[in-house]
Design a protein around this ligand. Structure first.
Ligand SMILES: [Zn+2]
Length: 417
């Protein structure tokens, strides 16, 4: 991609309501565009990052047997009345359509997925089964803040599983629990800041689990056992003031960003929708459910909080919008020729490149590269060509080095292997 053709540009202006690194750098870097408080459009660079995050999550959900579907965003009011949540859920967006028909804009999809799966599953032989989607969700938050961390509209992966017995749900729940740690590691989070937090399980199980990325901009207060990378959240601290894994009494208060949560739903929703299936003895039994959420847009914001410095973002390799940020400097004919050749060679080899081919000062180009945060910057100039190569600079390192033109491709491949 030629930067000169990219319609979304970087901006020097700090958004007036930027209260966090992600709100500032994502807007200034041209990743997202604010439409209203807590409502953002994704621009080309931002959408690439979001899609990379979603793809990692998708692969791991398929690994645990999840089948991808896409459910309706408009939910008939009746489904929410059936579960008694039409009036009780305060963040529900309610709206009126033609003929005064009422709908909700989906904040979560138990009200849709339960009757949907019920139409296809009749016997224990059809279970277990699990479906997931990655979709935009809506919450009528009274107070949206922190860029894409707490939005009124946000991306969500929600997986729902259906089981014939509690033992089978427990087994599958543990499988998803482990897969989430794999996801966060692939996304680039240091396991040291990724905590699983015990939260209230509601009526049907002792605990549910949240995944927190420890960060000072986090809104959640958790009480962490640093030995186990386990924490308890504030709402259950009164009942559970020791580490649930090792009994450690010395829990430290930390702030975290909740990026995922998993719940054992039991039969709450299958009871509401009368979703039963026959067991081995031919008797009708309510289906037992679990649900597993993870927020790609919130992860994008958390990554910026963790991986940024005063100059901008430092994307992990696995989610970066492009693999190489290439800069050509000056109008020298030879520089243009070699830069164009390197750009084409990298592309041909399957390396994604953002090529800053603008007629701009070096300082402005370097500033933009730091703000956008691609892990690897390559500079071609008459000075680097005199030395026979390009300047190689990694975003999270302070020093640069020279790499011979003939070795660049192999080195880039190695860097991303
Ligand atoms: Zn512990």
């Amino acid at each position: 991609m030629r930067y000169s053709k990219l319609f979304s540009k970087t901006s020097k202006t700090v958004p007036h309501d930027a209260d966090s690194a992600n709100a500032k750098f994502l807007v200034q870097g041209g990743f997202i565009h604010q439409e209203a408080a807590g409502v953002y459009s994704y621009l080309p660079l931002g959408l690439k990052v979001l899609r990379n995050i979603e793809q990692i999550i998708r692969e791991e959900m398929e690994e645990v047997g999840g089948q991808e579907i896409s459910m309706s965003v408009l939910h008939p009011k009746q489904n929410w009345v059936t579960t008694d949540r039409w009036d009780s859920m305060d963040v529900l967006f309610r709206l009126k359509g033609a003929g005064d028909k009422e709908y909700a804009l989906g904040p979560t999809h138990e009200e849709i997925v339960t009757p949907l799966v019920r139409d296809y599953v009749f016997s224990y032989k059809d279970l277990p089964t699990a479906v997931f989607q990655i979709q935009t969700k809506f919450r009528n938050e009274p107070r949206a803040r922190s860029g894409v961390l707490r939005g009124r509209e946000f991306s969500m992966k929600d997986l729902y599983s259906f089981h014939v017995s509690q033992e089978d749900l427990d087994r599958y729940y543990d499988e998803v629990k482990a897969s989430y740690f794999k996801i966060f590691e692939r996304l680039g989070f240091d396991p040291k800041v990724t905590y699983i937090t015990y939260a209230s399980g509601g009526a049907f199980s002792k605990y549910s689990h949240e995944y927190q990325i420890l960060s000072d901009v986090g809104e959640d207060h958790v009480y962490a056992c640093e030995k186990c990378r386990v924490a308890v959240n504030r709402e259950i601290l009164d009942d559970q003031n020791t580490c649930p894994e090792c009994g450690n009494k010395d829990l430290t208060e930390k702030k975290g960003i909740e990026v995922g949560n998993i719940f054992k739903l039991g039969t709450k929703f299958s009871d509401s929708f009368k979703f039963k299936c026959t067991d081995k003895q031919g008797k009708m039994q309510p289906v037992i459910m679990g649900c597993y959420g993870i927020g790609p847009s919130r992860i994008m914001g958390s990554l910026v909080e963790i991986f940024s410095d005063e100059n901008g973002i430092m994307w992990p390799k696995s989610v970066t919008p492009y693999q190489v940020h290439m800069i050509g400097l000056g109008n020298d004919e030879n520089v243009t020729k070699e830069a164009e050749k390197l750009y084409n060679d990298l592309k041909k080899a399957g390396i994604t490149v953002l090529f800053d081919d603008r007629d701009e000062r070096a300082g402005a180009k370097f500033k933009d590269a730091d703000l956008i945060g691609i892990p690897l910057r390559l500079v071609v100039s008459s000075r680097t060509l005199e030395k026979g190569g390009v300047e190689w600079k990694e975003r999270n390192k302070s020093d640069a080095k020279e790499v011979k033109l003939g070795e660049v491709l192999a080195k880039v491949k190695e860097f991303y292997s």
